[in-house]
Design a protein around this ligand. Structure first.
Ligand SMILES: [Zn+2]
Length: 114
């Protein structure tokens, strides 16, 4: 089950779609792929596709070799939160949209200011 969810996540992200998981028992939504609901432990889960729109919940700025990098938590309109790199000069509460970048041959979600 866990591998199936992980595979589904990877194939959706390859198509530049942002997956998330919804618990069919209690309705809880979460991003990090796992085979049970972190709230009620149910294994009756379904993978869904997010619209990719959200707001900056919190962030930290890092000064790296390639300039400033922002890493933060984005709260998606579907109600789940996820960690990601954020591009642009953002503040808490700013609206962001998902975008995908290539990272070691794999597509990973990042967010950009709307
Ligand atoms: Zn649940």
């Amino acid at each position: 089950m866990f591998d199936k969810i992980k595979e589904e996540y990877l194939s959706l992200m390859e198509k530049e779609k942002l997956p998330y998981t919804k618990c069919k028992t209690c309705g809880y939504v979460f991003f990090y792929p796992r085979d049970f609901c972190p709230k009620c432990n149910s294994r009756d889960l379904e993978v869904k596709i997010s619209e990719g729109k959200g707001k900056v919940f919190s962030f930290t700025k890092f000064q790296g070799k390639k300039g400033e990098t922002i890493y933060g938590i984005v709260e998606l309109i579907e109600g789940f939160r996820m960690y990601a790199n954020i591009f642009g000069d953002v503040d808490i509460g700013d609206e962001v949209v998902v975008s995908f970048i290539n990272d070691s041959g794999r597509k990973i979600p990042v967010f950009k200011k709307k």
